[in-house]
Design a protein around this ligand. Structure first.
Ligand code: ADP
Ligand code: MG
Length: 702
């Protein structure tokens, strides 16, 4: 049960004053990305943090206020000069003075009644805004703030600036955040007192108040104590929840999985290539884990094209030799089918029976597969999310492999392991995750890395090209197609969206069709599975030569003889995604090209991204660069970018807190595995606050 002290914060934001459904929708665009899957709550607003401040502490007096400066002035109101009747183009001026001089406070399309109320003649007021000098006369047009001398304290001298979205007024957002702050209960301290002392941290509420009501610009810096405190809170919440998951998963002891090696030998003999040294060493680490009575929890990290699938197959074969079943789960249907078509011919050489189960297998076919899994007639199943469903039962699931893990959440990982008697678990990811992120996203999983690619791969030539050279590009592609090459053409969205005017895949398809006729295929996420398969098959077999695709091909699709990939609107993709996409080519022995087609002008970050892509093909380096670039606080449209998976913590500033948090979490759970102590109870509130309550539910699930 959620600690009741959180109740005031766990209400929809629409229950805040001044937040109706329309404003709520706008506010939801600025709440940290992780939350956007559900409706925002008041508590989420606490973590909408300012990215900078407007410093209004400069109070020079009228005559000394420099042109263009943001100043705060203590003035007396002398007279109002409304525009002549009927002439709305003349501004409404209010003349004010202080000891140094006189100025006009100017308003266009003013509401006279409001001005008379907020700037009454003869009254002492405070105005804050940008100073303008025109023909030697000072004025302030539309001050940002006006306060009477009595409530000057309400005027934010150091004003936090939040990420905004079109139509959302800064004052509205500030007011909503202010209400969330006011709703905070008396928090119990969930941090270790010793840690707090060493870090000289404010308490949680104090840290939030300091960031939202900064007294100094430094207060809103991620490196300052207040932000670090919140980052540590969040990182600790993450580590505790991972530790809870891990405790739950490894509670049941595993069993040794050892086979006689005959089936593995049969598959190895059937491979048309030799395994790389990396693949061999990853396999021996996996073998060693599986042979142990403990459960395996291992992450297999390998850049795109490094050959993870065959490692997975050999690991699964071992589990089957040992008498169990194995499951391989992929994030998309295309990928599941592709795995199946790679694995099935090899596995059948070793006498294994293999099945595929996705949302598409229905009716009698599905029933037959489910029965065969339950009876053990199927040794190895490849599938999608469909494998998580309750109706899926195994006779004896001994090894579960999850491919491209970042698409699955922790709870899904759990759901599949619950289908066996403590099955071993291998997670494969092609997203090169920097060291620091492995720790946060996976906790203390063991890691095997594929550090080399299969021999004979040629580097991919990467070029960036402005869109006005489209015709030239199509000419080159036409030559390549005439030579029998295969080309991916990636577009960001399926349909033309009004605001973004992105190239739609359908439109591009039509344009290229007029050039290449029926040698152009189109695949996108809204097509039915069968249609997608057919398009992929035609491309694989060479009936089509150009495949226009949305990012459905991003993950893992393998057409080894594709040699060119064009990424349209490359400036809109993140580095990790660009790298994934580029990995679709360069899989065979022919040299390949990646064309990053962009629409100028490029933002600074986009320029940097494209140049990283041109310079490097090392997935790990690209991931580190990615982290750095995101760190520079690019304001991507409306959302403040940060570290994926975090609302507050930014690993480029807070990575040093990870290790401490991990140890802290371990120690905490060693002493108090059920989170029952006073600190444990406080930690529960922390987990809810940062949306890690799934882990709390595990405690109950036992
Ligand atoms: P990823 O790690 O991206 O999932 P895949 O498993 O899809 O990579 O492998 C990419 C391609 O490399 C496939 O066509 C596969 O058959 C091939 N491959 C895998 N291992 C080797 C190897 N040792 N030598 C040559 N080719 C290999
Ligand atoms: Mg793969």
């Amino acid at each position: 049960m959620r600690p009741s002290l959180l109740d005031p914060l766990f209400v929809p934001i629409t229950s805040l004053d001044g937040v109706g459904p329309k404003i709520a929708t706008m506010i939801e665009k600025v709440v940290p990305a992780d939350l956007s899957a559900r409706n925002a709550r008041a508590g989420d607003l606490l973590f909408v943090l300012p990215h900078s401040v407007i410093d209004r502490r400069n109070r020079p007096g009228i005559a000394l206020a420099a042109e263009g400066a943001i100043v705060t002035l203590d003035v007396r109101v002398d007279r109002h000069q409304p525009p002549p009747r009927g002439n709305r183009s003349v501004p409404y001026r209010v003349f004010v003075h202080d000891d140094t001089g006189e100025m006009a406070v100017t308003f266009f399309h003013a509401n006279a009644a409001w001005l008379e109320r907020s700037l009454p003649v003869g009254r002492q007021v405070v105005v804050s805004g940008r100073m303008e000098w025109f023909n030697g006369r000072p004025s302030m047009v539309h001050p940002d703030h006006i306060a009477s001398a009595e409530d000057v304290d309400s005027l934010p001298l150091v004003e936090p600036v939040y990420p905004l979205t079109a139509g959302l007024h800064a004052k509205v957002l500030r007011r909503a955040i202010g209400q969330a702050l006011a709703r905070m209960p008396q928090w119990p301290e969930w941090q270790d007192p010793e840690f707090l002392r060493r870090q000289t941290c404010p308490d949680f509420a104090g840290a939030l108040r300091r960031i939202h009501n900064p007294a100094d610009p430094i207060d809103v810096s991620p490196e300052a104590v207040a932000w670090r405190r919140l980052a540590y809170d969040e990182i600790l919440a993450g580590q505790v929840s991972l530790a809870l998951v891990r405790a739950k998963v490894s509670k049941r002891a595993g069993r040794p999985l050892i086979g006689d090696g005959t089936r593995i030998a049969a598959i190895r003999a059937a491979l048309p290539y030799r395994l790389t040294a990396s693949q061999e060493s990853a396999l021996s680490e996996i073998d060693a884990d599986m042979a142990k009575p403990d459960r395996m929890l291992r992450l297999l990290q390998g850049d795109v094209g490094s050959g993870k699938t065959v490692v997975a197959l050999l690991a699964m074969t071992r589990a089957i030799e040992a008498g169990g079943q194995a499951a391989l789960m992929a994030p998309t249907e295309i990928l599941a089918r592709q795995h199946f078509s790679t694995i099935e011919p090899l596995a059948s050489k070793a006498g294994l029976s293999v099945a595929i189960l996705t949302g598409r297998e229905k009716g009698r076919e599905r029933t037959a597969i489910l029965q065969a899994l339950e009876s053990g007639a199927i040794d190895l199943v490849v599938g999608t999310h469909a494998l998580f469903q309750e109706s899926v039962q195994f006779r004896d699931l001994a090894l579960a492999i999850v491919d491209e893990q970042h698409r699955f959440g922790v709870h899904q990982r759990l759901a599949i392991t619950a289908k066996g008697e403590a099955p071993d678990m291998l997670v494969m990811t092609a997203t090169p995750i920097p060291r620091t992120l492995v720790l946060t996203a996976f906790g203390d999983m063991d890691v095997s890395k594929l550090t080399e690619k299969p021999a004979g791969r040629r580097p991919i030539r990467t070029v960036s090209l402005p869109f006005d050279r489209y015709e030239e590009l199509v000419g080159r592609i036409s030559d390549a197609v005439a030579e029998g090459q295969k080309v991916y053409w990636i577009c960001p969205l399926v349909e033309e969206s009004e605001e973004a005017k992105l190239a739609s895949a359908e439109e591009r398809h039509a344009a290229l069709q007029s050039r290449f006729g029926d040698r152009v295929g189109l695949v996108h996420g809204r097509m039915s599975g069968r249609d997608k398969d057919e398009v992929m098959r035609a491309f694989k077999e060479g009936e089509t030569r150009v495949l226009v695709a949305t990012t459905v091909v991003e993950v893992g699709v393998d057409v080894p003889d594709a040699t060119i990939i064009v990424i349209e609107h490359a400036e809109r993709f993140g580095l990790a995604q660009l790298h994934q996409l580029r990995g679709r080519v360069g899989r065979g022995s022919k040299s390949s090209t990646c064309v990053l087609l962009y629409k100028p002008p490029l933002s600074e970050t986009a320029t940097a991204r494209l140049s990283v892509m041109r310079e490097s093909q090392d997935g790990f380096r690209i991931a580190e660069e990615d982290l750095k670039l995101r760190g520079e606080g690019e304001l991507l449209g409306t959302k403040q970018s940060g570290t994926p998976g975090f609302q507050v913590a930014r690993l480029e500033f807070h990575a040093d807190l990870l290790e401490t948090a991990r140890q802290d979490a371990r120690l905490l759970l060693a002493r108090d595995p059920e989170l029952k102590s006073e600190r444990g109870q406080a930690i529960r509130a922390l987990l809810y606050l940062f949306g890690k309550d799934e882990a709390v539910r595990l405690l109950r699930a036992g």
